[in-house]
Design a protein. Structure first.
Length: 374
């Protein structure tokens, strides 16, 4: 019997596991991949997370990571805005970041099961049975930190899975690491028809190039990523130059499909959901990794009170929902609004041109999608 079992070894799961074992709890974490591994992600983290990551044990100050201070945004027609970021961020690959956190988790005493898939989580008689490819395990608390979409979402028939195609779902995303001659302190967001591409520097003089678009664009390109980039992305002059001058460091890009930004629940079948499993921030919000990390800190406080016997399970669940919505609800609402504003080529061209004269509005919108250091 574990105190807590965590399904998913991304930032939320690793951050939560480290805090729990340091508090004296027995924790098991299940991750379907083996560290280190690449995953689809913009790899830009708001500086609000810097102190928390160092508290977890990452020597960020010694890693000479690029500090990002400026946003460049371009419309499909090539018109652009350059704006200073109110707080700023830093770049680091998930390949390095997740593996480093996994090393800390192991050294602190987390029982980390790699290459192990969670197939079901069943709540009965005030405890959980977690079924995995390595067998069944029991825990007093179960958490889902498995990211954007999982077989558990399908098993639980979650509402966002059942929705038909809307402007907020059915996206595909593609990521490369590239060499490029670009500013080290700038994150760029280049729009193209029904999508946008972000590029910013990470460690070792590499850049993360990650784009997201509606699945319909890929289908119209014969389900060919090179054709999609040639026919759709390179309509933007910035992306035409970017793809002509960068060199990919991957033999093949990392991809993910069926991405949804629809509202999600934060508890399912008494399982606490954290990070993208609880609600995914649209990339225009640019802050999903910080939300996952901050969510792990909030969830730890809630779980700690329950395991100490200070609150009942229904109070634990309600407190987690309330805290999550208080901290992240407005950010996700603004992210969905921005997603709608930039929904068409004509609207995006008009908005970027209009906002060029109102930098204070751009700063205001950025602040609405970011939090304070925690």
């Amino acid at each position: 019997m574990y105190d807590v079992i965590i399904a998913g070894g991304g930032l939320a799961g690793l951050g939560l596991s480290i805090q729990l074992v340091r508090a004296g709890y027995r924790v098991a974490l299940f991750e379907k991949e083996r560290y280190p591994y690449h995953k689809v992600c913009g790899e830009y983290i708001s500086l609000e997370s810097w102190n928390f990551l160092e508290e977890l044990g990452l020597p960020l100050s010694d890693w000479n990571l690029p500090i990002i201070r400026t946003l460049l945004m371009s419309a499909p027609n090539g018109r652009s805005i350059r704006q200073e970021l109110p707080l700023g961020g830093f770049g680091i690959s998930r390949y390095r970041l997740d593996a480093a956190l996994a090393d800390i988790a192991r050294s602190e005493g987390v029982e980390l099961f790699e290459a192990t898939r969670v197939t079901d989580i069943v709540f009965q008689r005030n405890s959980f049975t977690v079924h995995t490819s390595a067998g069944a395990f029991s825990a007093r608390v179960a958490c889902g930190t498995y990211g954007k979409r999982s077989n558990l979402d399908l098993r639980w028939h979650r509402a966002f899975i059942r929705q038909r195609s809307t402007r907020l779902n059915n996206y595909v995303a593609v990521k490369y690491h590239v060499t490029a001659n670009l500013p080290a302190d700038e994150i760029a967001l280049h729009h193209f028809p029904q999508g946008y591409c972000g590029v910013s520097k990470i460690e070792d003089d590499r850049y993360c190039l990650c784009y997201m678009t509606k699945a319909a664009n890929l289908q119209a390109s014969g389900n060919s990523i090179p054709e999609l980039e040639k026919r759709i992305l390179r309509q933007n002059p910035y992306l035409e130059k970017l793809f002509a001058t960068t060199v990919s460091l991957y033999p093949q890009p990392v991809t993910i499909a069926q991405i949804s930004f629809e509202k999600k629940t934060q508890v399912e079948n008494h399982v606490l959901l954290i990070g993208d499993a609880a609600g995914m921030a649209p990339p225009l919000s640019g802050n999903g990794m910080s939300m996952a990390l901050h969510g792990s800190k909030i969830a730890f406080t809630c779980i700690d009170s329950f395991l100490k016997g200070e609150v009942a399970r229904y109070e634990l669940e309600q407190e987690w929902i309330d805290q999550w919505n208080r901290q992240f609800g407005k950010r996700l609402w603004m992210g969905r609004i921005l997603q709608g504003w930039f929904g068409t080529t004509a609207r995006t061209n008009l908005l970027v041109s209009s906002l060029r004269s109102f930098p204070k509005i751009v700063s205001y919108l950025i602040r609405q999608t970011h939090g304070q250091p925690f």
